[in-house]
Design a protein around this ligand. Structure first.
Ligand SMILES: NC(=O)c1ccc[n+]([C@@H]2O[C@H](COP(=O)([O-])OP(=O)(O)OC[C@H]3O[C@@H](n4cnc5c(N)ncnc54)[C@H](O)[C@@H]3O)[C@@H](O)[C@H]2O)c1
Length: 287
């Protein structure tokens, strides 16, 4: 465990927050996961118990470790009571700047002065929430990947005013979770991993749109020459073509650069409702 941190509060009990909280509790931290919605908290508890039961039945974890982790994990809708004794808060609430700024301002009021306030946001860099607090030096992105119980990478991203001490504590904390921290030296939209993925995806779409190769063959090259577990088009179908489209639009809003706009083929699929596996058809047909 990290020496400066004993108590973690995770704000938002959705897909990311619930699993991040479980990771923290499994690593030995006293952890609260809080949400504004009681049904989100109930769903998180139900899903985590089911997930841990499955891990135990498959021999991936011992029942003792899981029981001890659940003893350390509290599900709550009383954010302020939890945050009042947190050494670290990881905000994983809905991706909305206005809501995040409000959450950071309120956390700043209730948390002790030493508490680090981190955001798990994939797209909102921490400088955009840090100035809603009186402790910008203790604010940074701590970015987990989905599913957080499985994926090892955690990106730690400081803004220009984040202190070295905050970065060092966040990196040590990520390592104490059994994760692989990746420290960025400065803010950049998309951080490292999603930028690498975005570059690969953009090139794959260009090759396809230029008529160089069919998308199936581009996927085959990624799998068999680069040993990627799946090709960029298969991955877009899994993530959701609507998600890919909206991420590009959000990036365009931040950069104003037409190069950020979604590729033409993505726009067409988005508008045709071909959103990937979830809609039965995307690049591939799942019906
Ligand atoms: N889903 C991913 O693949 C992924 C990966 C990495 C990072 N992220 C980031 O994690 C964050 C959460 O994403 P998610 O996919 O878990 O979303 P989600 O929609 O599954 O969960 C968001 C939760 O936040 C709750 N919430 C809304 N307003 C709140 C408030 N004021 N206080 C407390 N809780 C509030 C909602 O009730 C909901 O339960 C986002 O910032 C996103 O960018 C997502």
């Amino acid at each position: 465990m990290s020496e400066n941190i004993q108590h973690v509060t995770v704000v938002g009990a959705g897909a990311m927050g619930s699993q991040i909280a479980m990771v923290c509790a499994l690593a030995g931290y006293e952890t609260d996961v809080v949400d504004i919605a009681q049904d989100a908290v109930d769903r998180a508890s139900e899903q985590l118990h089911a997930r841990m039961d499955r891990d135990v039945s498959k021999g991936r974890r011992t029942p003792e470790d899981v029981d001890a982790a659940f003893e350390r994990l509290t599900f709550s809708t009383d954010r302020d009571a939890c945050a009042a004794h947190a050494d670290l808060v990881i905000e994983a609430a809905v991706e909305d700047l206005t809501i995040k700024r409000q959450v950071f301002a309120e956390l700043d009021r209730v948390c002790p002065p030493h508490t680090i306030l981190a955001t798990n946001s994939s797209n909102i860099v921490s400088s955009r929430v840090a100035d809603a607090t009186n402790r910008p030096e203790k604010v940074c992105n701590v970015h987990f990947f989905n599913p957080a119980l499985v994926m090892e990478c955690v990106e730690v991203v400081p803004h220009a005013g984040t202190s070295r001490e905050t970065v060092a504590t966040a990196v040590a904390f990520a390592r104490s979770l059994g994760k692989q921290p990746v420290e960025l030296k400065k803010e950049v939209p998309g951080f490292v991993a999603n930028r690498l993925l975005g570059a690969l995806r953009a090139e794959a779409l260009k090759l396809y749109e230029d008529g160089v190769a069919d998308f199936e063959d581009i996927d085959t090259a990624a799998r068999t020459a680069l040993r990627h577990p799946m090709g960029p088009f298969e991955l877009m179908d899994m993530v959701g073509i609507d998600v890919v489209y909206l991420i590009r639009l959000a990036e365009y809003e931040q950069t104003g650069d037409p190069a950020s706009l979604p590729a033409e083929s993505i726009k067409e699929k988005y508008e045709a409702g071909e959103h990937g596996r979830k809609s039965g058809k995307g690049w591939y047909d799942y019906r």
